[in-house]
Design a protein around this ligand. Structure first.
Ligand code: BF8
Length: 653
């Protein structure tokens, strides 16, 4: 049991929190102690969308509300607690969808520039995935060059952002039954941008004031993330930078080196990071680093940009979201180079206490006090080299106050949907059949996606690790992305040997046979779309029902904090997955809305939300759901494995 008020279970994090206190540097963990969360905002009961407010309509504590009191619990305009909570909730979804959508749009633009020869330092790396996607989208292949095919793919997918009518192209990838549910409920997304804009319109003062109707639009916007923006980003990044395959690396602050230039790349979009992975190895750059007294250049990642270059290049990870400032506290980081999303503004303040430079690189994300060096994809190597030189130039400024925590853990990452397919079925008959068979015979009880952030309101990494250990102990195969994946990697759960040490007998035997860890790293948060594709492949392989909602699967984000996490959770629910969040739940101020999301949704979508802050109770909810689905499929009793001997074989022929 973790001691109360413990900041983290990760020793590297604890060591750096202590050093920050000694150095009198304020980091996120201290700010979380002094900045109290607003309880009214936390339950979704504060409306700030017009200047007659903000209106606060909290649920009365410690007593049951009478119908008359409930009726009077409104904002100045008369908006009910239901409307207020639903507006707040769907605005979070819109922000999450916008973030992943804008990422997907930028990937599409760069993809098109590469195909048109306008960004010549990039090239299409995965021809097989390019051709597969062309087939999926009905694009002619024939004798055409990869670039010609790619232009058609890019232009076709680009239309999904501004599409005004019809449906997003990737919706057709979902099981047919799922598509029918979306159409029946009127939630099949048209264009990614359109759904975000309509959500913002409908949540403006005095527009949509029926919480169920607001949630319908929220669902449409969320599906435009999972089956739109995120899926487009994943697909095109894989084609451009290579489809991930199993790769070994290391994780935690111990990957920093005391005698090399430590260069951390942080954020979400991988274009610059892809070039840096090459440029930092350039002998000319390494020589320059040596001329400044360093032994070399040590590139490490943070947050989802880290996941991207881990998956494709094995670049080590310095840490997850809550460790970003702590990397600087080591005193050993020459620069933290950032792109977009999940970058704390506190970084520049922390960096001002050491020699670290914060370098922003994206026109959409400047930070006061940081140096801005914009990355230009048309001159990718030149602009990456300018950044690397600036980082190296900072090495001689490193002070004496350096302490790198000596903690790092091995991990295997790179489990894209295609890789899992090959590993299970073999290169020539790639298939999910062995996974489905092992679920049916009971060796694997089910599959869980455990994803999302770290959150300073709970013990860092603790909920992820306890939840995942409980799941694998109960023979549930775990798929991970984002900061959740990093938490479990640090805990040693992402190496094949973890199967024997932590997994139940059934799951361990399958992991041993295939040679995989019991917890599979599938990438960054946009790569949650890989989980949708994998779930659909399980349905299509047969034997486990005809929709995602029939599968013995569940999802969780035990330490979530970002609006993107809400969008992801909502599209999982809308795709038929039971999804549990921890920490806090942003609609508790409205019982009707919460019941709608937690109960009525199951009837409508086959998937529903739940909230449970205790990781062991969360695991139980997920396992109970998996068992319920196993029962419905008639596979609740593990089938005995029958080994045919020669006599039985003869009988059969
Ligand atoms: O997109 S898991 S803290 S880094 S939001 Fe952010 Fe959350 Fe980490 Fe990646 Ni995802």
């Amino acid at each position: 049991m973790v001691e109360q008020n413990k900041k983290s279970i990760d020793p590297a994090t604890l060591e750096m929190i202590e050093k920050a206190a000694q150095d009198k540097v304020r980091v996120v963990f201290e700010r979380a102690d002094t900045v109290k969360a607003c309880p009214i905002g936390a339950e979704g009961s504060c409306c700030s969308i017009c200047a007659m407010g903000p209106c606060r309509v909290p649920l009365p504590k410690g007593k049951v509300e009478t119908p008359e009191e409930k009726k009077r619990r409104t904002g100045v305009c008369g908006a009910t607690a239901e409307t207020i909570a639903a507006r707040n909730f769907v605005r979070k979804i819109a922000a999450g969808t916008a973030s992943h959508g804008d990422h997907g749009r930028k990937v599409t633009e760069i993809f098109l520039k590469v195909a048109r020869g306008e960004a010549q330092e990039f090239e299409i790396k995965d021809e097989q995935k390019l051709l597969q996607l062309a087939l999926d989208l009905g694009i002619q292949i024939g004798e055409r060059s990869n670039n010609e095919i790619a232009i058609d793919i890019g232009e076709k997918l680009q239309q999904d952002f501004g599409r005004q009518e019809g449906e997003l192209l990737f919706l057709k990838r979902a099981p047919v039954k799922r598509q029918e549910i979306w159409r029946k409920e009127g939630v099949a997304p048209r264009g990614i941008d359109r759904e975000v804009v309509e959500t913002m319109h409908r949540t403006h003062m005095g527009v949509d004031q029926d919480y169920k109707n607001l949630m319908r639009q929220g669902m449409r916007a969320a599906l435009a993330d999972g089956w739109g923006g995120s899926m487009i980003a994943t697909e095109l990044q894989d084609i451009l930078f290579g489809n991930p395959a199993p790769v070994h690396s290391e994780i935690n602050l111990g990957v920093l080196k005391d005698d090399e230039v430590n260069f951390i790349i942080h954020g979400h979009e991988p274009y610059l990071a892809e070039v840096l992975a090459v440029v930092t190895q350039d002998p000319e750059m390494v020589e320059y680093a040596k001329s400044k007294g360093a032994k070399g250049i040590n590139l490490a990642g943070m947050c989802c940009t880290a996941n991207e270059i881990l998956m494709r290049h094995g670049v080590p990870i310095a840490g997850n979201f809550l460790q970003q400032e702590l990397a600087i506290v080591t005193g050993a980081v020459e620069a933290m180079v950032v792109d977009v999303q999940c970058i704390m503004q506190g970084l520049t303040d922390v960096a001002s206490c050491y020699h670290t430079k914060i370098i922003t690189t994206d026109p959409r994300a400047h930070i006061e006090g940081a140096t801005h060096m914009e990355f230009d994809e048309h001159h990718a190597i030149e602009s990456a080299k300018a950044i690397v030189l600036a980082v190296i130039d900072n090495f001689p400024n490193r002070g004496k106050n350096v302490r790198i925590p000596q903690y790092k853990t091995d991990l295997i990452a790179g489990f894209s949907h295609e890789t899992i397919n090959y590993l299970l079925g073999g290169m020539f008959r790639a298939s999910y059949r062995p996974l489905n068979d092992n679920i049916i015979n009971g060796r694997i009880r089910g599959v869980a996606g455990v994803v999302g952030c770290s959150n300073a309101r709970v013990t860092h990494d603790d909920l992820h690790v306890r939840l995942v250990k409980e799941l694998i102990k109960n023979d549930v195969l775990v798929l991970q992305t984002g900061c959740a994946a990093m938490a479990c990697a640090k805990a040693g759960l992402m190496v094949p040997e973890a199967a024997r040490e932590f997994a139940g007998e059934g799951l361990a035997s399958v992991c041993d046979a295939v040679g995989i860890p019991p917890v599979l790293h599938m990438g960054a948060c946009i790569d949650n779309s890989r989980i949708l594709v994998a779930a659909t492949a399980m349905v299509k392989d047969g034997g486990l029902g005809d929709d995602i909602s029939d599968l013995p699967v569940a999802g969780a984000a035990p330490e979530w904090m970002s609006e993107k996490a809400i969008a992801i959770g909502q599209y999982f629910v809308g795709s038929g997955v039971f999804t549990v969040f921890g920490v806090t739940w942003p609609t508790l101020g409205s019982k009707d809305l919460t019941d709608y999301l937690f109960k009525d949704y199951e009837e409508i979508y086959g998937g529903m939300w739940a909230f449970e802050p205790d990781p062991l109770k969360m695991a139980k909810l997920m396992i109970d759901h998996i068992d319920k689905k196993r029962k419905a499929l008639g596979i609740d009793k593990a089938r005995e494995r029958v080994l045919y001997d020669m006599a039985m074989r003869r009988e059969l022929t």
